[in-house]
Write a protein that binds this ligand. Sequence first.
Ligand code: CIZ
Length: 306
Amino acid sequence: MCPETEELKKEIESLVKKQDAIILAHNYQRPSVQDIAHHVGDSLGLSRIAARAESEVIVFCGVRFMAETASILSPDKTVLLPAPEAGCPLADMATAGQIRAWRARHPDAMVVSYVNTTAAVKAESDICCTSANACLVVDSIGDNREILFVPDRNLGHYVGEELDRELTLWDGWCPTHLSFSPMDVAVCRREHPKATLMVHPECNPRVLQMADKVAGTSGMVRYADGCSSNEFIVGTENGMIHRLEKEYREKKFYAGTEHFICPPMKLTTLSRIRATLRDMKPEIQISKETEHKASEPLKAMCSTGT
Ligand code: CIZ
């Protein structure tokens, strides 16, 4: 490690103590950020850790909707987002006004929103889900209710296929996951014939059909642990490879494609974390009304036992 990075890490450590903070990093963050974090995980797992933590200050290294979720679940804590411009293109494909209008056209339907939504969209939803629990959440809703699933059409399509149930899908997608094509799968399979292919449900349905395992990031960590295979092709953002390599040193992990990069996820750097802790900003601010309304679908999700 270069002396500058070493110095930065020391400064961050001492600021963490001074501010009584905890650093949470999403699985898609840069390796250097994952390495200084107290916890690395998926967005909901990290938000739950934030809510249980004794620290009053949460530095959330991820994109905005994730820090918002942490703030909604920890309304009395200070949640800081080192890269405030880090949006999520998928989350930004649905606005609260659009969801209100959609619901008005389907007055008897339930709105299920993937956690990759803004707080304002969550506030218009009945129940949230993650990539890990989407099937369980949808299955908890009576068969006679129409379901409006927002915003990821591929995750919604996957859930519909798994449950043999028709869902009305919002036409949103993750550009990073869609960049992994069936052709990339064919190339990886040729290069790593012994590897097991794990893919994220936000990928193209044709890619999902070619996979050995479909899972969100927390599911991939568990699957790599339990699976007898020693080699894996990782069909999600490349930050995940660092997490998996650290956890299972004896196994090999290959990127599905070198294009598997979410640019907003890479905006967080060690120097921005230092500045965030030093200045105690930028802080996530959500109006009390939105916070309250957005907490309801998150609570509804938790009450399904997932
Ligand atoms: O919710 C998350 O953390 C995301 C974006 C992905 C996943 O599958 O964990």
